[in-house]
Design a protein around this ligand. Structure first.
Ligand SMILES: [Fe+2]
Ligand SMILES: [Fe+2]
Length: 207
């Protein structure tokens, strides 16, 4: 029975990974995947079993952070236009903070006798957030905001799962979660400022 549902899940995962056209499908898939691992953990009684799930979930968080570093770096170098300088600096700052998160998670995986997965093969499948380049500055900020919201959502689930099972990993993920919330707020403010300024310029051009 379990093998059957496992095969089904795998089939679903495959479908979700290939369907990149719909953003909503991707988020649903990402949340389903995070939830699935957590449910696996709940039925495992032995420490070894729990550790296995914790390591898998932490490696997914590691992949998420690496993808965030790469996306923010890309956005930093590609930011153009009159508003670009301050935004490019913000992208770079976020890239450095995501790198710190990746290092902290890798260190924790190591402490749990696991292996941090830095393999570029399958990185986007393991990651909860996506790598979207974005054409304009506004596109880039919007994609970063979406990625941060995904991280907030999935890390919140990870924190709830870790609960008392692994308080050290939970505290680490809580501190990272707080930073992702700040990042999301930064991107939201930037998006509002740039949109307002662009509207103002358009109005000036028209008059
Ligand atoms: Fe991060
Ligand atoms: Fe972030």
């Amino acid at each position: 029975m379990q093998a059957k549902s496992g095969a089904k899940e795998k089939e679903k995962e495959k479908g979700g990974a290939t369907n990149k056209n719909s953003f909503l499908t991707d988020i649903t898939e990402i949340r389903r995947r995070a939830r699935q691992h957590i449910e696996d953990g709940a039925v495992t009684d032995t420490y070894k079993g729990d550790r296995h799930v914790v390591l898998r979930v932490l490696n997914e968080a590691l992949a998420t952070e690496i993808v965030c570093v790469l996306r923010y770096k890309r956005h930093h170098y590609m930011a153009k236009g009159i508003h670009s300088q301050a935004v490019a600096e913000e992208f770079l700052e976020h890239a450095a903070e995501e790198q710190e998160h990746a290092d902290l998670i890798a260190e924790r995986i190591n402490q749990l006798d696991g292996e941090p997965n830095f393999n570029p093969d399958g990185l986007l499948t393991r990651s909860h957030s996506e790598y979207v380049e974005g054409e304009s500055l506004v596109d880039m900020i919007r994609e970063d905001l979406i990625a941060e919201r995904i991280a907030v959502e999935s890390y919140s689930e990870i924190v709830r799962y870790l609960s008392d099972n692994d308080p050290t990993s939970r505290r680490l993920m809580e501190s990272i979660l707080a930073k992702e919330e700040e990042h999301a707020e930064d991107m939201k403010s930037l998006l509002e400022t740039i949109t307002r300024e662009e509207m103002f310029e358009e109005r000036n051009k028209a008059s």
